[in-house]
Design a protein around this ligand. Structure first.
Ligand code: HEC
Ligand code: HEC
Ligand code: HEC
Length: 389
Protein backbone atom coordinates (compact mmCIF):
# COMPACT_ATOMS: atom_id res chain seq x y z
CA UNK A 1 0.00 0.00 0.00
CA UNK A 2 1.42 3.44 -0.82
CA UNK A 3 2.62 5.06 2.38
CA UNK A 4 0.55 8.22 2.01
CA UNK A 5 -2.67 6.30 1.46
CA UNK A 6 -1.91 4.16 4.51
CA UNK A 7 -1.39 7.27 6.63
CA UNK A 8 -4.62 8.79 5.38
CA UNK A 9 -6.60 5.67 6.31
CA UNK A 10 -4.93 5.53 9.69
CA UNK A 11 -5.81 9.17 10.33
CA UNK A 12 -9.47 8.53 9.47
CA UNK A 13 -9.55 5.54 11.79
CA UNK A 14 -8.02 7.48 14.65
CA UNK A 15 -10.52 10.24 14.00
CA UNK A 16 -13.38 7.72 14.20
CA UNK A 17 -12.06 6.23 17.41
CA UNK A 18 -11.81 9.70 18.93
CA UNK A 19 -15.34 10.59 17.92
CA UNK A 20 -16.67 7.29 19.32
CA UNK A 21 -14.79 7.53 22.61
CA UNK A 22 -17.09 9.90 24.49
CA UNK A 23 -20.30 7.97 23.75
CA UNK A 24 -18.83 4.89 25.48
CA UNK A 25 -18.46 6.78 28.74
CA UNK A 26 -21.60 8.94 28.78
CA UNK A 27 -24.45 7.78 31.04
CA UNK A 28 -27.96 7.78 29.58
CA UNK A 29 -29.14 10.73 31.66
CA UNK A 30 -26.99 13.62 32.74
CA UNK A 31 -27.45 13.52 36.51
CA UNK A 32 -26.43 16.17 39.02
CA UNK A 33 -24.49 14.76 41.98
CA UNK A 34 -24.01 17.89 44.15
CA UNK A 35 -20.87 19.63 45.39
CA UNK A 36 -20.21 16.98 48.05
CA UNK A 37 -19.18 14.72 45.17
CA UNK A 38 -16.25 17.07 44.43
CA UNK A 39 -15.32 17.84 48.03
CA UNK A 40 -12.94 15.08 49.13
CA UNK A 41 -9.44 16.21 50.00
CA UNK A 42 -7.91 13.93 47.38
CA UNK A 43 -10.13 15.64 44.75
CA UNK A 44 -11.00 19.35 44.89
CA UNK A 45 -11.25 19.87 48.66
CA UNK A 46 -7.58 19.65 49.56
CA UNK A 47 -4.75 22.01 50.28
CA UNK A 48 -2.56 23.43 47.54
CA UNK A 49 -3.55 25.33 44.44
CA UNK A 50 -4.31 22.26 42.33
CA UNK A 51 -6.81 20.74 44.77
CA UNK A 52 -8.39 23.70 46.53
CA UNK A 53 -11.29 24.63 44.22
CA UNK A 54 -13.94 23.39 46.64
CA UNK A 55 -12.43 25.37 49.52
CA UNK A 56 -12.19 28.55 47.46
CA UNK A 57 -15.82 28.14 46.47
CA UNK A 58 -17.14 27.23 49.93
CA UNK A 59 -15.24 30.00 51.77
CA UNK A 60 -15.01 32.87 49.32
CA UNK A 61 -17.28 32.45 46.29
CA UNK A 62 -20.29 34.79 46.23
CA UNK A 63 -22.30 32.01 44.59
CA UNK A 64 -22.67 30.13 47.87
CA UNK A 65 -25.03 32.94 49.00
CA UNK A 66 -27.62 32.50 46.26
CA UNK A 67 -30.11 30.53 48.34
CA UNK A 68 -29.68 32.66 51.46
CA UNK A 69 -30.50 35.77 49.43
CA UNK A 70 -33.91 34.29 48.70
CA UNK A 71 -34.60 34.25 52.42
CA UNK A 72 -33.75 37.88 53.26
CA UNK A 73 -36.16 40.78 53.73
CA UNK A 74 -35.52 42.17 50.24
CA UNK A 75 -36.45 38.82 48.68
CA UNK A 76 -39.64 38.75 50.77
CA UNK A 77 -40.59 42.19 49.47
CA UNK A 78 -39.85 41.19 45.86
CA UNK A 79 -41.85 37.95 46.22
CA UNK A 80 -44.76 39.80 47.73
CA UNK A 81 -44.81 42.44 45.00
CA UNK A 82 -44.83 39.67 42.38
CA UNK A 83 -47.61 37.76 44.12
CA UNK A 84 -45.46 34.63 44.62
CA UNK A 85 -47.59 32.39 46.87
CA UNK A 86 -46.48 31.65 50.44
CA UNK A 87 -45.06 28.17 51.17
CA UNK A 88 -47.27 25.89 53.27
CA UNK A 89 -44.24 25.02 55.44
CA UNK A 90 -43.65 28.67 56.33
CA UNK A 91 -40.22 28.93 54.61
CA UNK A 92 -39.68 32.12 52.57
CA UNK A 93 -41.84 32.13 49.42
CA UNK A 94 -39.04 32.90 46.95
CA UNK A 95 -37.21 29.64 47.79
CA UNK A 96 -40.02 27.67 46.15
CA UNK A 97 -40.48 29.76 43.00
CA UNK A 98 -38.60 28.77 39.86
CA UNK A 99 -38.78 32.46 38.89
CA UNK A 100 -36.03 32.95 41.47
CA UNK A 101 -34.44 29.54 41.91
CA UNK A 102 -33.33 29.10 38.28
CA UNK A 103 -30.55 31.53 39.11
CA UNK A 104 -30.25 31.48 42.93
CA UNK A 105 -30.61 27.79 43.81
CA UNK A 106 -30.57 25.95 40.49
CA UNK A 107 -31.09 22.41 41.91
CA UNK A 108 -34.62 23.44 42.96
CA UNK A 109 -35.46 24.12 39.32
CA UNK A 110 -34.14 20.72 38.16
CA UNK A 111 -36.54 17.71 38.34
CA UNK A 112 -35.74 15.35 41.19
CA UNK A 113 -35.19 12.43 38.81
CA UNK A 114 -32.22 14.30 37.37
CA UNK A 115 -30.38 14.81 40.62
CA UNK A 116 -29.09 12.65 43.46
CA UNK A 117 -30.47 13.41 46.94
CA UNK A 118 -27.15 15.09 47.83
CA UNK A 119 -27.77 17.74 45.17
CA UNK A 120 -29.75 19.96 47.51
CA UNK A 121 -31.20 23.34 46.49
CA UNK A 122 -29.72 25.08 49.55
CA UNK A 123 -26.30 24.45 48.01
CA UNK A 124 -26.94 27.55 45.83
CA UNK A 125 -24.86 28.00 42.65
CA UNK A 126 -22.34 25.17 42.87
CA UNK A 127 -19.80 23.30 40.76
CA UNK A 128 -22.26 21.73 38.34
CA UNK A 129 -24.17 25.01 37.78
CA UNK A 130 -21.12 26.03 35.75
CA UNK A 131 -19.27 22.81 34.89
CA UNK A 132 -22.40 20.87 33.87
CA UNK A 133 -24.05 17.80 35.45
CA UNK A 134 -21.31 15.41 36.59
CA UNK A 135 -23.19 12.10 36.35
CA UNK A 136 -21.63 11.32 33.00
CA UNK A 137 -18.04 12.13 33.92
CA UNK A 138 -17.56 12.10 37.70
CA UNK A 139 -16.05 8.60 37.79
CA UNK A 140 -14.08 8.82 34.61
CA UNK A 141 -12.65 12.33 34.64
CA UNK A 142 -9.66 11.43 36.82
CA UNK A 143 -8.56 8.52 34.64
CA UNK A 144 -5.09 9.23 33.29
CA UNK A 145 -6.15 8.15 29.81
CA UNK A 146 -8.93 10.75 29.68
CA UNK A 147 -7.94 13.86 27.80
CA UNK A 148 -9.66 17.23 28.18
CA UNK A 149 -11.55 16.41 24.97
CA UNK A 150 -12.80 13.13 26.47
CA UNK A 151 -14.18 14.99 29.47
CA UNK A 152 -15.91 17.55 27.32
CA UNK A 153 -17.30 14.74 25.16
CA UNK A 154 -18.72 13.14 28.31
CA UNK A 155 -20.64 16.31 29.15
CA UNK A 156 -18.23 18.47 31.15
CA UNK A 157 -18.68 22.02 29.91
CA UNK A 158 -15.73 23.42 27.95
CA UNK A 159 -15.22 26.44 30.20
CA UNK A 160 -11.68 26.93 28.91
CA UNK A 161 -13.36 28.39 25.84
CA UNK A 162 -14.15 32.00 26.66
CA UNK A 163 -17.21 31.76 24.41
CA UNK A 164 -18.67 28.78 26.31
CA UNK A 165 -17.69 30.42 29.59
CA UNK A 166 -19.37 33.72 28.75
CA UNK A 167 -22.52 31.86 27.67
CA UNK A 168 -22.55 30.05 31.01
CA UNK A 169 -22.31 33.17 33.16
CA UNK A 170 -24.53 35.41 31.05
CA UNK A 171 -27.43 32.96 31.44
CA UNK A 172 -27.83 34.24 35.01
CA UNK A 173 -26.20 37.66 34.77
CA UNK A 174 -27.85 39.87 32.17
CA UNK A 175 -31.52 39.28 31.40
CA UNK A 176 -34.04 39.23 34.20
CA UNK A 177 -37.76 39.81 33.67
CA UNK A 178 -38.77 43.47 33.90
CA UNK A 179 -41.42 42.79 36.53
CA UNK A 180 -38.77 41.27 38.82
CA UNK A 181 -36.65 44.43 38.45
CA UNK A 182 -39.71 46.62 39.00
CA UNK A 183 -40.38 44.64 42.22
CA UNK A 184 -37.01 45.76 43.63
CA UNK A 185 -34.44 43.25 42.32
CA UNK A 186 -30.94 44.69 41.68
CA UNK A 187 -30.25 45.45 38.02
CA UNK A 188 -28.00 43.01 36.25
CA UNK A 189 -25.06 44.13 34.13
CA UNK A 190 -22.81 41.39 32.78
CA UNK A 191 -19.04 41.88 32.37
CA UNK A 192 -17.01 38.67 32.23
CA UNK A 193 -13.47 39.83 33.05
CA UNK A 194 -14.11 41.84 36.22
CA UNK A 195 -16.86 39.55 37.50
CA UNK A 196 -14.60 36.49 37.11
CA UNK A 197 -11.98 38.24 39.24
CA UNK A 198 -14.63 39.17 41.81
CA UNK A 199 -16.13 35.66 41.95
CA UNK A 200 -13.19 34.96 42.95
CA UNK A 201 -11.50 32.65 40.43
CA UNK A 202 -10.47 29.15 41.51
CA UNK A 203 -8.46 28.75 38.33
CA UNK A 204 -5.75 30.54 36.37
CA UNK A 205 -6.28 32.16 33.01
CA UNK A 206 -3.52 32.98 30.51
CA UNK A 207 -1.87 36.21 31.69
CA UNK A 208 -2.86 38.41 28.76
CA UNK A 209 -6.46 37.18 28.36
CA UNK A 210 -8.20 40.12 30.09
CA UNK A 211 -9.25 41.99 26.92
CA UNK A 212 -10.42 38.72 25.36
CA UNK A 213 -12.64 37.95 28.36
CA UNK A 214 -13.95 41.52 28.49
CA UNK A 215 -14.85 41.74 24.79
CA UNK A 216 -16.32 38.22 24.56
CA UNK A 217 -18.45 39.01 27.60
CA UNK A 218 -19.74 42.34 26.27
CA UNK A 219 -20.59 40.72 22.93
CA UNK A 220 -22.64 37.91 24.53
CA UNK A 221 -24.37 40.49 26.75
CA UNK A 222 -25.39 42.38 23.60
CA UNK A 223 -26.54 39.15 21.94
CA UNK A 224 -28.73 38.30 24.95
CA UNK A 225 -30.29 41.77 25.09
CA UNK A 226 -30.92 41.68 21.31
CA UNK A 227 -32.54 38.26 21.62
CA UNK A 228 -34.80 39.49 24.36
CA UNK A 229 -35.82 42.57 22.39
CA UNK A 230 -36.34 40.56 19.19
CA UNK A 231 -38.82 38.39 21.12
CA UNK A 232 -40.58 41.44 22.51
CA UNK A 233 -39.78 44.58 20.49
CA UNK A 234 -42.06 46.76 22.61
CA UNK A 235 -40.01 46.05 25.76
CA UNK A 236 -39.45 48.67 28.41
CA UNK A 237 -37.31 51.76 27.85
CA UNK A 238 -34.70 50.55 30.33
CA UNK A 239 -33.90 47.37 28.39
CA UNK A 240 -33.72 49.45 25.21
CA UNK A 241 -31.29 51.86 26.85
CA UNK A 242 -29.08 48.93 27.96
CA UNK A 243 -29.13 47.60 24.40
CA UNK A 244 -28.40 50.97 22.86
CA UNK A 245 -25.42 51.45 25.18
CA UNK A 246 -23.78 48.17 24.19
CA UNK A 247 -24.37 48.74 20.48
CA UNK A 248 -22.78 52.17 20.88
CA UNK A 249 -19.74 50.85 22.78
CA UNK A 250 -19.09 47.85 20.57
CA UNK A 251 -19.52 49.82 17.35
CA UNK A 252 -16.76 52.16 18.55
CA UNK A 253 -14.59 49.23 19.66
CA UNK A 254 -14.92 47.30 16.41
CA UNK A 255 -14.91 50.23 13.97
CA UNK A 256 -11.15 50.37 13.50
CA UNK A 257 -10.29 46.73 14.32
CA UNK A 258 -10.48 45.05 10.93
CA UNK A 259 -9.92 41.55 12.35
CA UNK A 260 -13.09 41.71 14.48
CA UNK A 261 -16.70 41.40 13.38
CA UNK A 262 -18.12 44.91 13.11
CA UNK A 263 -21.16 45.94 15.12
CA UNK A 264 -23.01 48.53 13.06
CA UNK A 265 -24.70 51.40 14.89
CA UNK A 266 -28.39 51.31 14.05
CA UNK A 267 -29.24 53.89 11.43
CA UNK A 268 -32.68 55.43 11.23
CA UNK A 269 -34.49 52.14 10.55
CA UNK A 270 -37.03 51.24 13.25
CA UNK A 271 -35.44 49.43 16.18
CA UNK A 272 -37.48 46.27 15.83
CA UNK A 273 -35.82 45.55 12.48
CA UNK A 274 -32.40 45.83 14.05
CA UNK A 275 -32.58 43.41 16.98
CA UNK A 276 -32.29 40.15 15.05
CA UNK A 277 -29.48 41.54 12.91
CA UNK A 278 -27.49 42.80 15.90
CA UNK A 279 -28.08 39.46 17.67
CA UNK A 280 -26.29 37.67 14.81
CA UNK A 281 -23.49 40.21 14.62
CA UNK A 282 -22.91 40.10 18.38
CA UNK A 283 -22.73 36.30 18.43
CA UNK A 284 -20.23 36.33 15.55
CA UNK A 285 -18.16 38.95 17.39
CA UNK A 286 -18.21 36.86 20.60
CA UNK A 287 -17.00 33.75 18.77
CA UNK A 288 -14.26 35.71 17.04
CA UNK A 289 -13.12 37.57 20.17
CA UNK A 290 -13.05 34.34 22.24
CA UNK A 291 -10.42 32.90 19.94
CA UNK A 292 -8.37 36.02 19.34
CA UNK A 293 -5.01 36.60 20.99
CA UNK A 294 -5.11 40.37 21.45
CA UNK A 295 -1.65 41.91 21.06
CA UNK A 296 -0.19 43.85 23.99
CA UNK A 297 -0.89 47.19 22.34
CA UNK A 298 -4.63 46.49 22.03
CA UNK A 299 -5.50 47.76 25.52
CA UNK A 300 -3.58 51.08 25.34
CA UNK A 301 -4.82 51.72 21.79
CA UNK A 302 -8.43 51.04 22.77
CA UNK A 303 -8.14 53.18 25.90
CA UNK A 304 -7.12 56.16 23.79
CA UNK A 305 -10.03 55.56 21.42
CA UNK A 306 -12.62 55.21 24.19
CA UNK A 307 -11.31 58.15 26.23
CA UNK A 308 -11.83 60.33 23.16
CA UNK A 309 -15.60 59.79 23.37
CA UNK A 310 -16.09 62.58 25.94
CA UNK A 311 -17.70 64.80 23.31
CA UNK A 312 -20.58 62.32 23.03
CA UNK A 313 -21.67 63.24 26.57
CA UNK A 314 -21.92 66.96 25.85
CA UNK A 315 -25.43 68.47 26.20
CA UNK A 316 -25.48 69.56 22.54
CA UNK A 317 -25.75 65.99 21.22
CA UNK A 318 -29.38 65.75 22.35
CA UNK A 319 -29.02 62.06 23.34
CA UNK A 320 -31.49 61.27 26.16
CA UNK A 321 -29.91 61.20 29.61
CA UNK A 322 -31.18 57.68 30.30
CA UNK A 323 -29.17 56.42 27.32
CA UNK A 324 -26.10 58.48 28.23
CA UNK A 325 -26.18 56.94 31.71
CA UNK A 326 -26.14 53.39 30.31
CA UNK A 327 -23.39 54.29 27.84
CA UNK A 328 -21.29 55.73 30.65
CA UNK A 329 -21.79 52.51 32.67
CA UNK A 330 -20.51 50.29 29.86
CA UNK A 331 -17.72 52.72 29.03
CA UNK A 332 -16.39 52.81 32.58
CA UNK A 333 -16.46 48.99 32.77
CA UNK A 334 -14.44 48.93 29.54
CA UNK A 335 -11.94 51.52 30.76
CA UNK A 336 -11.50 49.60 34.02
CA UNK A 337 -10.77 46.29 32.36
CA UNK A 338 -8.45 47.79 29.72
CA UNK A 339 -6.60 49.76 32.40
CA UNK A 340 -6.09 46.51 34.34
CA UNK A 341 -4.84 44.74 31.23
CA UNK A 342 -2.37 47.58 30.75
CA UNK A 343 -0.80 47.09 34.21
CA UNK A 344 1.86 44.52 35.08
CA UNK A 345 0.09 41.33 36.32
CA UNK A 346 1.15 41.84 39.96
CA UNK A 347 -0.70 45.17 40.16
CA UNK A 348 -3.97 44.00 38.63
CA UNK A 349 -5.61 43.08 41.92
CA UNK A 350 -5.30 46.59 43.31
CA UNK A 351 -8.19 49.01 42.84
CA UNK A 352 -7.61 51.37 39.92
CA UNK A 353 -7.61 54.63 41.84
CA UNK A 354 -7.98 57.10 38.97
CA UNK A 355 -11.29 55.55 37.97
CA UNK A 356 -13.10 55.77 41.27
CA UNK A 357 -14.42 59.29 40.58
CA UNK A 358 -15.93 58.13 37.31
CA UNK A 359 -17.55 55.21 39.08
CA UNK A 360 -18.99 57.56 41.69
CA UNK A 361 -20.74 59.50 38.93
CA UNK A 362 -22.60 56.30 38.07
CA UNK A 363 -23.98 55.55 41.50
CA UNK A 364 -27.52 56.51 40.55
CA UNK A 365 -29.23 57.40 37.33
CA UNK A 366 -31.16 60.20 39.03
CA UNK A 367 -27.93 61.92 40.09
CA UNK A 368 -26.06 61.33 36.82
CA UNK A 369 -24.70 64.52 35.27
CA UNK A 370 -23.49 63.92 31.69
CA UNK A 371 -21.50 67.19 31.53
CA UNK A 372 -19.62 66.31 34.71
CA UNK A 373 -18.95 62.81 33.41
CA UNK A 374 -17.67 64.28 30.12
CA UNK A 375 -15.21 66.47 32.03
CA UNK A 376 -13.91 63.47 34.03
CA UNK A 377 -13.49 61.54 30.80
CA UNK A 378 -11.66 64.50 29.29
CA UNK A 379 -9.25 64.56 32.24
CA UNK A 380 -8.71 60.84 31.89
CA UNK A 381 -7.92 61.35 28.20
CA UNK A 382 -5.33 63.97 29.07
CA UNK A 383 -3.82 61.63 31.65
CA UNK A 384 -3.25 59.13 28.86
CA UNK A 385 -0.97 61.69 27.27
CA UNK A 386 -3.25 62.61 24.41
CA UNK A 387 -3.35 66.26 23.41
CA UNK A 388 -6.83 67.78 23.47
CA UNK A 389 -8.19 68.39 19.95
C1 HEC B 1 -26.98 29.49 37.77
C2 HEC B 1 -26.84 30.93 37.71
C3 HEC B 1 -25.46 31.56 37.75
C4 HEC B 1 -24.37 31.28 36.96
C5 HEC B 1 -24.25 30.20 35.90
C6 HEC B 1 -23.36 32.23 37.32
N1 HEC B 1 -23.81 33.06 38.32
FE1 HEC B 1 -22.79 34.56 39.22
N2 HEC B 1 -24.37 34.91 40.48
C7 HEC B 1 -25.58 34.24 40.42
C8 HEC B 1 -26.43 34.75 41.49
C9 HEC B 1 -27.85 34.30 41.77
C10 HEC B 1 -25.69 35.71 42.19
C11 HEC B 1 -26.13 36.49 43.42
C12 HEC B 1 -25.73 35.73 44.66
C13 HEC B 1 -26.33 36.36 45.89
O1 HEC B 1 -27.48 36.03 46.18
O2 HEC B 1 -25.66 37.21 46.51
C14 HEC B 1 -24.40 35.79 41.51
C15 HEC B 1 -23.39 36.67 41.90
C16 HEC B 1 -22.20 36.83 41.21
C17 HEC B 1 -21.24 37.86 41.49
C18 HEC B 1 -21.38 38.94 42.56
C19 HEC B 1 -22.40 39.97 42.14
C20 HEC B 1 -22.05 40.70 40.87
O3 HEC B 1 -22.85 40.59 39.90
O4 HEC B 1 -20.99 41.32 40.79
C21 HEC B 1 -20.22 37.70 40.59
C22 HEC B 1 -18.97 38.54 40.51
C23 HEC B 1 -20.55 36.56 39.74
N3 HEC B 1 -21.76 36.06 40.15
C24 HEC B 1 -19.76 36.10 38.70
C25 HEC B 1 -20.09 35.01 37.86
C26 HEC B 1 -19.24 34.48 36.82
C27 HEC B 1 -17.90 35.04 36.42
C28 HEC B 1 -19.91 33.41 36.28
C29 HEC B 1 -19.44 32.48 35.18
C30 HEC B 1 -18.12 31.89 35.33
C31 HEC B 1 -21.16 33.27 36.98
N4 HEC B 1 -21.24 34.26 37.92
C32 HEC B 1 -22.11 32.30 36.73
C33 HEC B 1 -25.94 33.29 39.52
C34 HEC B 1 -25.10 32.68 38.60
C1 HEC C 1 -31.54 35.81 35.79
C2 HEC C 1 -31.06 35.36 37.07
C3 HEC C 1 -31.80 35.81 38.32
C4 HEC C 1 -33.13 35.65 38.62
C5 HEC C 1 -34.22 35.02 37.75
C6 HEC C 1 -33.31 36.20 39.93
N1 HEC C 1 -32.13 36.70 40.41
FE1 HEC C 1 -31.85 37.61 42.21
N2 HEC C 1 -29.92 38.05 41.66
C7 HEC C 1 -29.29 37.59 40.53
C8 HEC C 1 -27.94 38.11 40.52
C9 HEC C 1 -26.89 37.84 39.44
C10 HEC C 1 -27.80 38.89 41.68
C11 HEC C 1 -26.55 39.68 42.11
C12 HEC C 1 -26.68 41.07 41.56
C13 HEC C 1 -25.62 42.01 42.06
O1 HEC C 1 -25.20 41.89 43.20
O2 HEC C 1 -25.26 42.89 41.28
C14 HEC C 1 -29.06 38.83 42.37
C15 HEC C 1 -29.33 39.49 43.58
C16 HEC C 1 -30.49 39.32 44.32
C17 HEC C 1 -30.73 39.89 45.62
C18 HEC C 1 -29.77 40.80 46.39
C19 HEC C 1 -28.84 39.92 47.16
C20 HEC C 1 -28.37 40.59 48.42
O3 HEC C 1 -27.17 40.84 48.52
O4 HEC C 1 -29.24 40.85 49.27
C21 HEC C 1 -31.96 39.46 46.04
C22 HEC C 1 -32.65 39.76 47.35
C23 HEC C 1 -32.50 38.65 44.98
N3 HEC C 1 -31.59 38.58 43.96
C24 HEC C 1 -33.74 38.02 45.03
C25 HEC C 1 -34.34 37.43 43.94
C26 HEC C 1 -35.72 36.98 43.91
C27 HEC C 1 -36.69 37.07 45.08
C28 HEC C 1 -35.96 36.47 42.67
C29 HEC C 1 -37.24 35.91 42.09
C30 HEC C 1 -38.38 36.79 42.09
C31 HEC C 1 -34.70 36.60 41.92
N4 HEC C 1 -33.76 37.16 42.73
C32 HEC C 1 -34.54 36.18 40.61
C33 HEC C 1 -29.84 36.80 39.55
C34 HEC C 1 -31.17 36.47 39.46
C1 HEC D 1 -19.67 30.32 38.70
C2 HEC D 1 -19.15 29.25 37.89
C3 HEC D 1 -18.30 28.17 38.51
C4 HEC D 1 -18.55 27.48 39.66
C5 HEC D 1 -19.73 27.63 40.61
C6 HEC D 1 -17.48 26.52 39.81
N1 HEC D 1 -16.60 26.67 38.78
FE1 HEC D 1 -14.86 25.61 38.54
N2 HEC D 1 -14.37 26.79 36.95
C7 HEC D 1 -15.16 27.77 36.40
C8 HEC D 1 -14.46 28.38 35.31
C9 HEC D 1 -14.99 29.51 34.42
C10 HEC D 1 -13.20 27.75 35.21
C11 HEC D 1 -12.06 28.06 34.21
C12 HEC D 1 -12.07 27.08 33.07
C13 HEC D 1 -11.08 25.97 33.27
O1 HEC D 1 -9.95 26.24 33.70
O2 HEC D 1 -11.42 24.80 33.00
C14 HEC D 1 -13.18 26.74 36.25
C15 HEC D 1 -12.12 25.86 36.49
C16 HEC D 1 -12.16 24.82 37.36
C17 HEC D 1 -11.13 23.79 37.48
C18 HEC D 1 -9.84 23.76 36.68
C19 HEC D 1 -8.80 24.54 37.45
C20 HEC D 1 -7.52 24.73 36.71
O3 HEC D 1 -6.67 25.45 37.26
O4 HEC D 1 -7.36 24.19 35.61
C21 HEC D 1 -11.54 22.90 38.44
C22 HEC D 1 -10.81 21.66 38.90
C23 HEC D 1 -12.82 23.38 38.94
N3 HEC D 1 -13.16 24.53 38.26
C24 HEC D 1 -13.56 22.77 39.92
C25 HEC D 1 -14.70 23.30 40.50
C26 HEC D 1 -15.35 22.74 41.68
C27 HEC D 1 -14.91 21.50 42.40
C28 HEC D 1 -16.40 23.56 41.95
C29 HEC D 1 -17.38 23.48 43.10
C30 HEC D 1 -16.81 23.37 44.44
C31 HEC D 1 -16.42 24.62 40.93
N4 HEC D 1 -15.38 24.41 40.09
C32 HEC D 1 -17.37 25.63 40.86
C33 HEC D 1 -16.43 28.13 36.82
C34 HEC D 1 -17.06 27.67 37.96
Amino acid sequence: MPRLLFLAILAVQIGRARAAEPSQVRLPTAQYVGASGCQSSSCHGGAGEKRSQYITWARHDIHTRGYASLTNARADRIAEALGIPARPDGLPAATASTRCTVCHSPFHAIPQAQRLPAADPTESISCESCHGPAGGWLRGHTRPDWTYATRVGAGMRDLKSFYVRANTCVACHQNVDSDIIAAGHPELLFELDGQSTAQPKHWRDPEESGPRAWLTGQAVALRELSWRLAMNPSADAKTLAHWNALVWLLSHVTAAEGHLVTIAEPGRAPHDQQFARVQQQADALARRAAHTEFPRDFAPRMLVRLAALDGEFAPATGTPREILFRRAQRLVLAIERLTMANLPPAQRNLPASGLSTMREDLRSEAAFDPAHFASLLGKFRLSLGEAAP
